[in-house]
Design a protein around this ligand. Structure first.
Ligand code: PEP
Length: 249
């Protein structure tokens, strides 16, 4: 049985006071037993969130990390630092990191290695631009992102890997992939993993969909066979909409 996961990616939103308000509200909620709930606040609020959520079943996620373990990298955050403030899971390869911070598959492969070496769980994001979809090269692109960024890992490493398929044209745009488009790509991703690794590994991997998931479209998307949950941006910033999505399975 694959894990069902809803992860909120706050991006560069919510200062300390806003984080406190959100957490106070979140802690009053009852989560469905079969859903793993995660939130990814900014680096500056991770430790506060960790302490605040100690008694609660919410996993804390970092939005990024550096590929080196330490050193002269002004402004960067290491895996060890993240773990020391309670974040054992990290998002790698988000399309905003790829687009605005020039993170390519090669650097992502290094980050993947560092996360594994530090025994962290990885939410590995992949997704095509609208142009790729229009040209019909989206499957090929996804395969390349997987093979160059992730497919060097050992069989064992898959225990701690979650994939997030996020078509770039659907992120923050209000445009969602149709449930059929999401299912088609998730099935392709699973098949691609099965071809490079083992069928049993592919069957166990949670593949999340991300891209304008909202309370009114979540259940149809989550109802697809190969969709195991969502990585949620905008709609994760309010407890009310986030909880409606958490309750959408
Ligand atoms: C995201 O940032 O991962 C995301 C899916 O954003 P949104 O839900 O706002 O499209």
């Amino acid at each position: 049985m694959r894990k069902k996961i809803v992860a909120g990616n706050w991006k560069m939103n919510n200062d300390l006071a806003e984080t406190e308000l959100f957490l106070a509200e979140l802690k009053k909620q009852v989560f469905p037993e079969n859903v793993v709930v995660m939130i990814a606040p900014s680096f500056t609020n991770l430790n506060h969130a960790f302490k605040s959520l100690r008694e609660h079943n919410v996993e804390l996620v970092a939005q990024n990390m550096h590929q080196n373990n330490e050193g002269a990298f002004t402004g960067e955050i290491s895996a060890k630092m993240l773990k020391s403030v309670g974040a054992k899971t990290v998002i790698l390869g988000h399309s905003e990191r790829r687009a605005f911070f020039n993170e390519d598959n090669a650097v992502l492969a290094e980050k993947v290695n560092t996360a594994i070496e530090n025994e962290m769980t990885i939410i590995f994001c992949i997704g095509e631009e609208l142009e790729d979809r229009k040209k019909g090269t989206h499957f090929e692109l996804i395969k390349t992102q997987l093979s160059e960024g992730l497919f060097h890992v050992s069989d064992d490493a898959w225990e701690n890997i979650i994939i997030a398929y996020e078509p770039v044209w659907a992120i923050g745009t209000g445009e969602t992939a149709s449930p059929a488009q999401a299912q088609e790509m998730h099935k392709f991703i699973r098949k691609t993993i099965a071809e490079s690794y083992l069928e049993v590994i592919a069957e166990k991997i949670s593949i999340l969909y991300g891209g304008s998931v909202k309370p009114d479209n979540a259940s149809e998307i989550f109802g697809q066979d190969d969709v195991d949950g969502g990585l949620i941006g905008g709609a994760s910033l309010k407890v009310d909409s986030f909880m409606k999505i958490v309750n959408s399975f």
